[in-house]
Design a protein. Structure first.
Length: 558
């Protein structure tokens, strides 16, 4: 509710609203300038208090009802500080003040709480729309990889991507080969070998992590921000003229214009004209935007233009004299304020209430205008993620398994086995380069079982459930989760026992991997493994440590 955007965006409304509602401002150019300066200083003081309070740690830690109460108090105090500066400014400049102090104090506080409270709801709703819109665009991007077309372009750019990753691996080869040779010479000369193994593991793992992360991000799309044109287009499709906005507008006009400057009968007539005219325009506009979506934006612009001419309605109907320039200006400016609030504050709740319709329209629009680009980029995105997953999962995991076996041989004092394993480590490292060009084949249950069997020489692994219950379409995802879960438990946790449970669910498969190793640091930065899990099971995976100190990775694949 105290967002900087709300405070900055509302500045013109607060400043000009005060100026046109003070009779002193109409006494001449000097009085107008003085009133404007006083209004600006008052608003700056109010904004400074609110923004300062919003930055206080004690305020940011509050949630729920207590947070709402604190925000209301801060806004009330800030608006009263603004009022104090206005009154002092009037006194110092000798400007008249005909409005009772109690009316000013109560109206300032209520107006501030209502305005910024409504703006806060609008800001939250618009943020929610942006988030869902970005998810929709990403889902479209990933979904279109099944479409045909652009084969030549995809093949060429995929080849370039593979060549780039292959060259990065080749660049890392000399340093890794040097560490391998140092390890082998240390073992042949009777030295311990563990320091060289640790350096080899560190260098190789760091290089592969960097290369796989680079591949993952290389074609990750940068989503364009929601711009004014998209905002206007989306808002136009939401039946934007709501009863709530009309009632707020009627109240603002009554409070700021009719009750201050017109007799009761004249004010009632002015209010009736505004309500009837606005309802008629709103009904027509809301009906047209649903029947003719392509002309929705033009319809909304035309409707606001008609509403902006409200002072002209009053003159034509004889409610306001044509020569009463001050009243016409006052009504015109406040009416424009009301329309601005209907746009700035009313748009986001309207979008929130009509989000499904807006996102459905966005889906059709994106499909029509961007499908070719999405097809191309999604294929490249799939290739980049596939290569990154191969390096991060299969290749890196195989290397770490060989390195751990070598370390276990050193722990047993079996130097001959350790020397033999050096060559296996070497082969595993350089197999990674060949895997870049390998044609992907369908993942089978045997691949999952092979991964588990490969780690059983270092860790006891129990499997509850049957892999044969996994649908063929989910086997690649299950394979990735198993590889990621076991390698994380071994690399980071040094576990000695791991239990894998696979269960059939109504919509897919539920996997859980529980190990007795050291838990992963929850404050560690998210890596590629987290990105893989986010992609495979967005919002449907968790990693927790229970009371017994066991780490459990739970993933629901759908």
């Amino acid at each position: 509710m105290l967002s900087p955007l709300s405070v900055v965006a509302s500045a013109p409304l607060w400043i000009t609203g005060l100026v046109v509602n003070e009779p002193a401002a109409f006494r001449g150019p000097t009085a107008l300038a003085q009133t404007f300066a006083i209004a600006t200083l008052g608003y700056l003081a109010m904004a400074l208090i609110m923004l300062t309070a919003d930055r206080l740690p004690v305020v940011r830690r509050l949630t729920g009802l207590r947070a709402s109460i604190i925000v209301i108090v801060v806004i009330a105090v800030a608006t009263e500080a603004r009022l104090a500066i206005v009154l002092v400014g009037f006194e110092l400049n000798g400007l008249p003040d005909d409005v009772p102090l109690a009316v000013r104090a109560i109206s300032s506080a209520l107006l501030g709480v209502a305005a910024f409270g409504y703006a806060g709801v609008a800001h939250s709703a618009w943020a929610s729309y942006r988030l869902e819109r970005d998810r929709l665009v990403l889902s479209l991007l990933r979904a279109t990889h099944r479409a045909e077309g652009h084969e030549a372009a995809v093949a060429a750019m995929s080849s370039m991507l593979r060549e780039t990753i292959r060259s990065r691996l080749a660049e890392a080869r000399p340093a890794i080969s040097y560490k391998l040779e140092a390890l082998k010479q240390a073992l042949l000369s009777g030295e311990d070998g563990r320091p060289e193994l640790e350096r080899l593991t560190s260098v190789t793992d760091a290089r592969w992590r960097a290369i796989s992360a680079e591949a993952w991000k290389r074609f990750t799309p940068e989503l364009n921000q929601v711009g004014f044109r998209e905002f206007a287009w989306a808002y136009s499709l939401t039946r934007p003229f709501s009863l709530t906005s009309m009632l707020l507008g009627a109240g603002a006009l009554t409070f700021f214009v009719f009750a201050r400057t017109q007799a009761l009968s004249q004010g009632a007539a002015s209010l009736a004209v505004w309500l009837v005219g606005t309802v008629v325009v709103a009904v027509i506009a809301n009906s047209l935007v649903t029947r003719a979506p392509r002309a929705a934006l033009n319809t909304v612009i035309a409707a606001f233009a008609v509403l902006a001419s409200y002072p002209l309605w009053l003159v034509l109907l004889g409610v306001v004299r044509a020569d009463d320039a001050e009243l016409i200006i006052r009504i015109g400016v406040i009416n424009l304020h009301v329309l601005a609030v209907m746009v700035l504050a009313g748009a986001s709740p309207a979008i929130a209430l009509n989000r499904d319709a807006v996102l459905s329209s966005l889906r059709r629009r994106r499909d029509r205008t961007s499908v070719q680009q999405l097809q191309l980029e999604s294929r490249l995105l799939g290739t980049a993620h596939e290569l990154a997953a191969t390096l991060h999962g299969a290749s890196r995991t195989a290397f770490m398994a060989e390195a751990l076996r070598l370390e276990a041989a050193l722990d047993r004092g079996d130097r001959a086995a350790a020397i033999a394993l050096v060559e296996e480590v070497r082969a595993t490292i350089f197999d990674a380069e060949r895997s870049i060009d390998a044609r992907p084949r369908p993942i089978a249950v045997s691949d999952i079982e092979e991964v588990i069997d490969g780690w059983r020489s270092l860790c006891t692994i129990d499997v509850l459930g049957s892999w044969h219950h996994v649908p063929a379409a989910l086997l690649p995802a299950v394979h990735t989760v198993v590889v990621e879960g076991i390698s994380d438990a071994m690399r980071h946790g040094d576990c000695s026992h791991l239990q894998i449970e696979v269960r059939s669910a109504a919509a897919g498969i539920d996997l859980s991997l529980t190990n007795d190793g050291e838990p992963i640091d929850p404050h560690a930065p998210a890596g590629l493994g987290t990105a893989l899990l986010d992609q495979l099971a967005p919002g449907r995976w968790s990693r927790e440590v229970d009371r017994m100190g066991l780490t459990r990775l739970a993933v629901a694949l759908r």
